[in-house]
Design a protein around this ligand. Structure first.
Ligand SMILES: Cc1ncc(COP(=O)(O)O)c(C=O)c1O
Length: 458
């Protein structure tokens, strides 16, 4: 691949989703398909899903409709048909078009604030690598703090360990109550952690806040926590919103964080894998770099991210096709969000009622996922049990759902209290029968006197 490209992006053509031949100029208006999409059409769009499996776990890997997969294939073929033409005349322009759509969707001020990267893990590495350099280049003092939630995603915690702890930073975890009943409980714990962070003359350099924690899944009041960070003198705020776009409203200006990332392949129907990283215009954002260094190093994160070597960029190019898919639903993305939220709450309540348990959070603290307590008699008493129980549901009942272990609170009796939760998701392809199968599987296990002690130990 020739690294010495001049004006590559701007000399190219627009690409009507891999097929068009439009000329330079403003982005073409996409014709709006008329909603609503029918149930049969939705079924067709997801007919590649294994029909034997009740898939109530959109949260882990997301899902991609057939029409978007077809668009992705068109991009891949276009590249393979004439790679040089694609590289010199189409790729950058087409990435720009996806970024423009995302910019509008998240209410960013400027397209230069939006980069497309592989996933939220990569976005976290970009932000944390910047923190690491700040320590090694002497902008931060050894012992300065980074605050993160106890329920931060495991891979992001490891990234903090790799980039912050190793560089001399001090990491403070915010313990969060679960089950949780109000935002106030979260805010209180967060304030306490910031106080701790600022003790011993330390400065808190970064707060890493999830918008929707993964496990257990709870919507965090990020706008309020960001505001508190500003009042308390925290240098920067990074919101890990891996689950956000497509499942809750995202308005980066309103939230006010410095960095905000969301996967597009979880709840936004993109194929794996693509995420956006928003970085508010500032001195810090101009110092962000992609961890994979290539020819564009130093030209700003969005441009660096648009070329990290020869690879398949098609997942980044299908955003216009995703918008077309979304436009087929009544109310577009807001309509999808609302329907998923309402339905997951309804299904969560139905399950909790049948199992005589409870929800892990009030409905207004959940998105398109909700935590539902499992009967205590199942004896889920460790994370290992939770994982084995999840495999049991997959292997014996063909139900796919993540399971969470939660230690009983002091004074609670393990056999009667809830020690395990399922995290159920609702996406447009789900039907009530998926949740009924889950309900019945658990009820059957309870009736049969199942207990996790009966699971093989290895
Ligand atoms: C809160 C959170 N952060 C980060 C990630 C990582 O996402 P990915 O594996 O797509 O990089 C996840 C994945 O589920 C997540 O839930």
């Amino acid at each position: 691949m020739d690294p010495h490209r001049d004006g590559h992006a701007e000399n190219g053509r627009h690409d009507g989703d891999g097929g068009g031949d439009d000329t330079n100029g403003p982005l073409p208006k996409r014709p709006r398909p008329s909603p609503p999409i029918s149930t049969a059409e939705i079924r067709d769009e997801f007919s590649h899903h294994d029909p034997a499996v009740a898939r109530v776990n959109n949260g882990s890997f997301g899902s991609c409709p057939a029409s978007v997969l077809a668009a992705q294939l068109r991009w891949q073929r276009l590249f393979l048909r004439q790679p040089d033409d694609f590289y010199f005349n189409r790729l950058q322009h087409s990435i720009l078009r996806s970024r423009a759509l995302i910019k509008d969707l998240i209410n960013a001020d400027d397209i230069d604030e939006v980069s497309l990267v592989d996933n939220a893990t990569t976005a976290a590495a970009i932000v944390l690598q910047h923190v690491s350099w700040s320590f090694t280049e002497g902008h931060f003092n050894k012992g300065d703090a980074v605050v993160m939630l106890h329920y931060a995603y495991g891979a992001v915690k490891k990234s903090i360990q790799a980039y912050v702890t190793r560089a001399g930073g001090h990491v403070i975890e915010v313990p969060l109550p679960f089950p949780v009943t109000s935002n106030e409980e979260i805010v209180q714990e967060f304030r306490k952690a910031l106080e701790l962070g600022k003790s011993n003359d330390r400065k808190v350099r970064l707060a890493v806040i999830d918008h929707i924690t993964s496990m257990p899944s709870v919507v965090i009041p990020v706008k309020e926590l960001t505001k508190i960070c500003r009042e308390e003198g925290v240098d920067q705020v990074f919101v890990d919103a891996a689950h956000a776009i497509g499942s809750i409203e995202v308005d980066v200006k309103d939230i006010g964080a410095d960095f905000y990332t969301s996967n597009l392949h979880k709840w936004f129907f993109c194929p794996p894998s693509v995420a956006f990283l928003y970085s508010k215009k500032s001195r810090a954002s101009s110092n962000l770099h992609h961890p994979v260094v290539s020819h564009e190093y130093g030209n700003g994160l969005p441009i660096e991210s648009g070329w990290v070597g020869n690879r398949d960029y098609s997942a980044q190019l299908v955003v216009p096709s995703v918008m077309d898919f979304i436009d087929r639903f009544e109310g577009g993305i807001e309509g999808i969000r609302k329907q998923n939220h309402d339905k997951v709450v309804e299904m969560g309540k139905m399950l909790a009622e049948s199992w005589l348990t409870c929800l892990g959070s009030p409905p207004d603290m959940c998105s398109s996922m909700i935590m539902v307590g499992l009967p205590g008699c199942l004896g889920i008493s460790s994370e290992k049990d939770a994982l084995k129980f999840r495999s049991l549901l997959r292997d014996r009942f063909h139900v796919e759902v993540p399971v969470y272990h939660c230690s009983p609170k002091d004074g609670e009796n393990g056999s009667s209290s809830v020690t395990g939760y399922v995290r159920i998701s609702h996406q447009v392809y789900n039907v009530e029968d998926d949740y009924i199968r889950l309900r019945d599987a658990i009820n059957k296990l309870v009736q049969d006197g199942f207990n996790c002690t009966k699971l093989p130990s290895s």
